[in-house]
Design a protein around this ligand. Structure first.
Ligand SMILES: [Zn+2]
Length: 493
């Protein structure tokens, strides 16, 4: 897969010139626009073949096939359907050493635990047992083991097994069938409300003719068998027995479970830094009050402050200048580089300035800006009415409203990872690898919570509170500039 780079691109030019026009015309004026890709219907069928299968990026293994245990043969059909791997604990004579890997706990989120995949060398030096990944394309009773060089730049994501969270196979299905198509040319169905008559109609709206899927993380399913689950759960107490799913066949902690292999975007001390950005709401909430002083994300930050020193109004990511973004970016880069680069202080500061400058430019003038504006466009197209308007929809339109809202909220909870390589000897133009992660298609169970949260923000005046912290919000800045302009107009007259 070609990695997105920090250089300018045709996509960006297209966005800078036409996005505003596109936003203003797509909902009503592009009726019947030709589409090259139809999204799947707004319903969730049974797990089945992908609409857009992940393109195979794994090089063919040159390793000899291994005999597959019976437990793998028993469910090879589902593994094959997800284009998956199978992971087993193996250290017998027949397994080539170049196939052996180990797992190391990396971190965890609300629903998942992440493990690094590292080479396994020898029992005398390794803290844990070796594991092997097999290709699920089983031939008879044998399958080819994966050479570890194709696994070492990835992490393994394992669902903790909590209630109301998706199994990893459900996450993979939702990602490829519902989320990924939004980053390809095509069209989406949206409900359009006529501003004069209030009439609601379903319209087909075309997406930009851009393929942005290189910015998405390939999600490779991997069936983790009992010996693997026994080891992983011993390394993280957060992993509990998976009892929430009707299709779970066992409530044992060591029951086999789906995991996902994802690109490893974590920083490598001495050679790369990773900036993780939560873009959140890149446009104002459709149901924000008219006297709003701040955007949806800033309103939530006022109501429930989190890490005030690390906060950034997300609208700056799509409207702010390089200078607007630089202080925030620089502080984040410094957290990773200061004191860890094994360099004299002055050289460290030069490195921090250099990396921060590259990222700020990428986000304000480069491909990062184009990508974030695409996400803003999708958020706006998919949720033009806001969750509080849901009751106005008739029974026949509500499934589409809910489906699009779930997609919009998925895109309001994703993460943008920007990994920048560097050398301590010279300050070359950085190679930037930028990926969107955390794009699990949101469950309809969450709609009630979203409704309540929006209602609470309005009721506690989080949008409009004048004395609250303005947080550098773009919306307040615009309002003040308007007031300033109108004030000077009055004076001059
Ligand atoms: Zn804001």
């Amino acid at each position: 897969m070609a990695h997105p780079r920090a250089n300018g691109s045709q996509e960006q030019i297209q966005y800078d010139n036409h996005e505003q026009q596109h936003r203003e015309t797509t909902s009503a004026d592009n009726l019947g626009a030709p589409s090259t890709i139809q999204r799947s219907a707004p319903c969730e069928p049974e797990i089945g073949p992908f609409v857009d299968s992940p393109s195979p990026t794994y090089p063919a293994s040159s390793l000899d096939p291994l005999q597959v245990p019976s437990e793998v043969l028993a469910d090879s059909t589902s593994a094959r359907r997800l284009d998956a791997h199978c992971c087993l604990a193996r250290n017998d004579e027949g397994v080539p050493s170049t196939a052996l890997v180990r797992f190391e706990y990396l971190n965890q989120g609300g629903a998942n635990v992440i493990f690094k995949i590292l080479p396994w060398w020898h029992a005398s030096v390794e803290p844990g047992p070796p594991f092997v990944f097999l290709d699920a394309k089983i031939d008879g009773t044998k399958a080819i083991p994966l050479h570890r060089k194709v696994l070492l730049r990835q992490v393994l994501r394992v669902n903790k097994g909590l209630e109301k969270t998706l199994r990893c196979d459900e996450v993979i299905f939702g990602f490829y069938n519902h989320v990924r198509p939004l980053f390809l040319p095509g069209s989406i169905e949206v409900v359009h409300t006529d501003s004069e008559t209030g009439t609601m109609t379903v319209v087909q709206t075309s997406l930009p003719s851009l393929d942005l899927t290189n910015y998405l993380m390939e999600h490779r399913g991997v069936m983790l068998y009992s010996t693997v689950m026994a080891y992983l759960s011993s390394k993280s107490d957060a992993i509990v027995a998976e009892t929430h799913s009707e299709s779970s066949t066992s409530s044992h902690l060591t029951a086999k479970r789906w995991g996902i292999c994802l690109p490893d975007m974590s920083p490598m001390p001495g050679s790369s830094v990773t900036l993780e950005i939560k873009p959140k709401w890149l446009a104002q909430s459709p149901t924000a009050p008219k006297n709003a002083q701040r955007c949806r994300t800033c309103a939530l930050q006022v109501a429930k402050p989190k890490d005030p020193n690390k906060y950034l109004c997300p609208l700056l990511l799509v409207e702010g200048s390089r200078d607007d973004l630089y202080p925030w970016v620089s502080a984040r880069v410094e957290e990773q580089l200061a004191g860890t680069a094994d360099l004299p202080t002055r050289r460290q500061m030069e490195l921090i300035t250099h990396v921060s400058s590259q990222i700020s430019t990428y986000l304000s003038e480069g491909d990062g800006r184009s990508l974030l504006r695409h996400i803003r466009l999708l958020q706006t197209l998919l949720d033009p009415q806001g969750v509080l308007g849901r009751d106005q929809f008739s029974a026949d339109l509500r499934p589409l409203f809910d489906y699009n809202l779930r997609l919009a909220m998925t895109l309001r909870d994703c993460s943008l990872y920007i990994k920048v390589g560097y050398t301590t000897s010279k300050m070359d133009a950085a190679i930037i690898d930028c990926r969107l992660g955390d794009m699990d298609f949101k469950s309809p169970d969450k709609i009630v919570d979203w409704h309540q949260k929006e209602w609470d923000l309005i009721n506690c005046a989080a949008y409009s509170l004048e004395s609250g912290d303005h947080l550098g919000c773009v919306i307040l800045g615009k309002a003040r500039r308007r007031q300033g302009r109108s004030g000077s107009f009055l004076v001059n007259t």
